[in-house]
Design a protein around this ligand. Structure first.
Ligand SMILES: Nc1ncnc2c1ncn2[C@@H]1O[C@H](COP(=O)(O)OP(=O)(O)OP(=O)(O)O)[C@@H](O)[C@H]1O
Length: 613
């Protein structure tokens, strides 16, 4: 039926309820209405483009497939026009007068469940077209369907109980929405305001968007194009735009998948790790799109925490525009996306490590800390991440690293554990007493230089079925070395150990002959199994409880070393001097362990010893 006079309609009851909430809403992010309307316009044009492939008879077939917005600051109006499929009179009634679409339905359901007028729900669910009533006094939708011969109509409403439809003459195909703004929403009639919103939400919409005649969206949605069509500079330009970056990206991963979800993703690793530069913790910043329309610029759960250094875009057609983290179904979708993308990125890193080892090592030097965080905390991806870790070792050259996989491939047949040592740098570890026994037996030891490494090793615990073991741990057992000439006998060791224990008293918990010492006379291991020397230092630096208790260590002595053999003699011939020597040996061992906290007594003692030379 067509009519030339305005005809009045009542909104469906649910729509009335919805509008009542939207109109009186105090929701602060009212600007989302622009995104909703642009997205509708883009959908309408997309549908038209499809029709053009099959239909011959399309009204105004030559119209440019564009979206045009105009602001009128004086009249306080915003107009958005598209050359899409438009709506017939019946479609206007169906689409804008009844609750047919998913977003609003979900909104109302959540509302009835929460039992109140909750403004935030608008943001969570989106209310599509109706969001315009957050800012509008009245709205007119002029629309002409693509079907030739259908008259154009204008749908108008102030958002209260009813709307009117009237036939109009000079409307071209598509829809034109004229919004008369509420007095306190006049900003949306300002060009700068709309420009800012469009740049944020609609930069990648496929069809040209013009604001007051000027093109807004010049950046293309690169992620949807095929890789071999894209030039290097285009990737770089896109990265800079999207990540607000000034330098080139370090590397990128551009991929698409169809199962289990349809995904197009373009991810970038930046050049620098800004967290390392002492800046604050990064926020997740891979943006989530649905068919080029921004859903969330910083979705928290799209990727695991440790991937927060990534920039870029993930676009999935399977997502609703108003996805909500609150609903189970949407959460499951995000989880699925997270799983697929993380797996794909890990595979990318593995390939990089294999095929472009130098580039991977450079990446690792900058971003390895994130992989360590993931290995320690992300149980799901722990194994893949542990494979990606790199450390220097007693068998690598300075500055060169090994993977744990390579370490395992070099393990001796009877070796059951993977050994590591934590220290400030290679020189410190190599000059300390802990490495000697491992070197003498040709056992490789990983060198860990970062404070977080101990935490990582403790959490990862094992790799490829082999336990990760601190080489300076008190419980480490090594195979026997051939008996050295002139070493103290079992009974001499026993006597000397007892004497040392008595002489040093409370400062040590035990004394034993060491199987890991070769060139040094003694070493200390922390008696506290749960707090390594390294951890103690860290806790002390942070002023944490427990770090103030006096250090108590186990002392391991080297029965082959001249100093120890000499001590065994001196303790009977010159007990006073032997006492000083024993104390000095303990302090030296504590220095190597990084556990000597006050050196004043040691300096005094050293002078005393020097006097007797
Ligand atoms: N510019 C437009 N051109 C043609 N049809 C439109 C236009 N805007 C809205 N419509 C029609 O009105 C319907 C309702 O729009 P609305 O924005 O409320 O919801 P939606 O976009 O379908 O769904 P949702 O927002 O839940 O994803 C659309 O499905 C579409 O059929």
């Amino acid at each position: 039926m067509s009519t030339a006079t305005p005809q009045k309609f009542e909104f469906q009851a649910e729509i009335k309820q919805l509008l009542d909430i939207v109109i009186h809403s105090l929701y602060t992010e009212k600007e989302i209405f622009v995104r909703e309307l642009v997205s509708n316009a883009s959908d309408a044009i997309e549908k038209l483009r499809h029709l053009q492939l099959t239909e011959k008879d399309i009204a105004d077939d030559k119209l440019e497939l564009e979206i045009n917005l105009t602001t009128d600051d004086k009249a306080k109006t915003l107009t958005i026009q598209d050359a899409g499929i438009g709506m017939t009179r019946a479609e206007l009634i169906e689409n804008l007068g009844t609750i047919a679409h998913s977003g609003s339905k979900a909104f109302l359901k959540a509302l009835s469940e929460s039992g109140q007028k909750n403004a935030n729900l608008i943001g969570q669910f989106g209310v599509g077209f109706y969001s315009v009533f957050m800012v509008a006094k009245s709205v007119k939708v002029y629309s002409r369907s693509w079907r030739t011969g259908e008259p154009a109509n204008v749908w108008s409403s102030d958002g209260s109980g009813s709307y009117e439809i009237e036939e109009v003459q000079d409307q071209t195909r598509g829809s034109k929405i004229v919004i008369e703004l509420k007095d306190d929403c006049g900003d949306y009639a300002q060009e700068w305001k709309i420009k800012e919103i469009l740049e944020r939400y609609s930069a990648f919409v496929t069809f040209p968007i013009n604001l007051n005649g000027k093109r807004i969206n010049t950046v293309q949605a690169l992620w949807l194009r095929s890789k071999n069509e894209i030039k290097e500079e285009e990737y770089t330009e896109f990265y800079k735009f999207q990540a607000h970056a000034h330098d080139d990206p370090r590397s990128r991963l551009h991929f698409s998948a169809d199962a289990p979800l349809q995904i197009n993703a373009l991810l970038f690793v930046p050049k620098d790790n800004v967290e390392k530069l002492g800046m604050s913790r990064l926020e997740a910043s891979v943006a989530l799109y649905c068919r080029k329309v921004l859903i969330d610029a910083k979705p928290k759960d799209l990727l695991p925490e440790w991937l927060r250094f990534l920039k870029g875009v993930v676009d999935s057609e399977d997502l609703p525009l108003n996805i909500s983290r609150e609903t189970m179904q949407d959460r499951a979708l995000i989880e699925k996306l997270n799983k697929v993308i993380t797996k794909r990125f890990l595979k990318f890193l593995e390939e990089e490590a294999t095929n472009r080892a130098d580039a991977y090592n450079e990446f690792y030097a900058e971003f390895g800390i994130f992989l360590k965080e993931g290995a320690a905390l992300d149980y799901t991806h722990k194994d893949s991440l542990t494979k990606l870790l790199r450390y220097e070792s007693s068998l690598t050259e300075k500055g060169k690293t090994t993977s744990l996989t390579d370490y395992v491939s070099r393990m001796q047949s009877e070796q059951k554990e993977i050994y590591y040592l934590i220290g400030a740098n290679r020189a410190t570890i190599e000059s300390g007493p802990y490495l000697e026994g491992f070197k003498a037996r040709n056992l490789e030891v990983l060198f860990c230089y970062e404070p977080v490494d101990e935490y990582v090793m403790n959490n990862v615990r094992e790799f490829d079925g082999k336990k990760l073991t601190a080489a300076d741990h008190g419980d480490v057992k090594l195979s026997d070395l051939p008996k050295a000439e002139g070493a103290l006998s079992e009974s001499e060791i026993k006597d000397l150990s007892e004497w040392i224990k008595t002489s040093l008293g409370e400062r040590i918990s035990e004394v034993k002959a060491s199987d890991r010492l070769v060139d040094s006379p003694a070493l200390a291991t922390n008696s506290d199994k749960f707090m390594s020397p390294h951890m103690r230092r860290m806790m002390k630096a942070m002023n944490k409880d427990g770090a103030d208790a006096p250090v108590k260590v186990s002392l391991e002595i080297n029965p082959r070393h001249a100093v120890i053999k000499r001590l065994a003699e001196t303790r009977t011939s010159s007990p006073e001097k032997a006492q000083l020597v024993a104390e000095q040996i303990l302090d030296n061992a504590l220095i190597s362990a990084g556990l000597l906290e006050d050196s004043t007594a040691m300096v005094k003692r050293l002078y005393k010893l020097l006097e007797s030379v």
